[in-house]
Design a binder for this molecule. Structure first.
Ligand SMILES: [Cu+2]
Length: 208
C-alpha cells in the first residue's frame, strides 16, 4: 500500500522525480564570456509559467534596464521611467507592436506580451536606447550572467534541444541550437562557442 502511494507520487510529480539542471556557458572564440544571452529548453510543463525576476523594463540614465528581459507569454511588463526626461518607447516587432507615447518621471505603463518571439525596443527620442524583451512559452529559460553562465534548473530528463539567442549572435535569427541530454538527477554542462556581430554604432555607450 505504502509503495503504491509512493509510485503514485512519483507519477504525479515527474518533474521532481526525473529532472536535472543544465548549466550553460556561452563564450566567443576568443574566450570572452557572452552576457545577456537567452538560453531556453523546450520540454513538457504544466501550469502557468512564472520566473523569479521582475517583468520590468525601466528607463534609467537614458538607457533601458535591463538590456535583455525574458518573460513568459501573457506577461504584463511594466515600463517605469526613472529619468527626469520623457521617453517614447516603441516596438515594430511582429511579436508585439506598440508605442508608449511621451511619458515622464516616475510614470509607469503596462504592456501585455501575448505572443512568443523577440521584441526589439527603441525610444523615439533617444537613438542609443535599445533593448530586447524575449517572450517564451517554456519555463526552462534563463539569461547568461557576466560570466556567460546560465542555469536552467529542474528540466525534465531526456534528449532535449537547447537554444541560445543573443541580439548580436552571428547566426540565422541570432540563434543557435544544440542537443542536450538532460540527466534524471544532478547536472549536465554545455559550453556554446559563438562569434558576435559588432554592436550597432548607436549602442557604443554600452560595453558590447
Ligand atoms: Cu528615451
Amino acid at each position: 500500500m505504502r509503495l503504491g502511494v509512493l509510485l503514485l507520487l512519483a507519477l504525479l510529480t515527474p518533474g521532481l522525480a526525473f529532472a536535472g539542471d543544465v548549466v550553460v556557458t556561452v563564450r566567443t572564440p576568443q574566450g570572452k564570456p557572452v552576457a545577456d544571452a537567452v538560453v531556453t529548453i523546450e520540454a513538457p510543463h504544466s501550469g502557468p509559467i512564472r520566473f523569479a525576476w521582475p517583468y520590468r523594463m525601466a528607463q534609467h540614465n537614458l538607457q533601458f534596464d535591463p538590456f535583455v528581459l525574458i518573460v513568459p507569454v501573457g506577461a504584463d511588463v511594466s515600463f517605469p521611467n526613472l529619468d527626469t526626461v520623457r521617453h517614447h518607447v516603441y516596438s515594430f516587432s511582429p511579436a508585439k507592436r506598440f508605442e508608449l507615447k511621451l511619458y515622464g518621471r516616475d510614470e509607469t505603463r503596462l504592456v501585455r506580451f501575448d505572443k512568443p518571439g523577440v521584441v526589439d525596443l527603441g525610444c523615439n527620442i533617444h537613438d542609443q536606447m535599445l533593448a530586447y524583451i524575449v517572450v517564451v512559452d517554456t519555463p526552462y529559460a534563463a539569461l547568461t550572467n557576466a560570466a556567460g553562465e546560465a542555469v536552467i534548473s529542474g528540466t525534465p530528463a531526456g534528449a532535449r534541444q537547447l537554444k541560445v539567442w543573443h541580439p548580436f549572435l552571428k547566426a540565422a535569427d541570432s540563434q543557435l541550437s544544440v542537443d542536450v541530454s538532460v540527466p534524471a538527477q544532478g547536472e549536465t554542462r554545455k559550453t556554446i562557442v559563438t562569434a558576435l556581430k559588432p554592436a550597432p554604432d548607436r549602442m557604443r555607450m554600452r560595453m558590447y
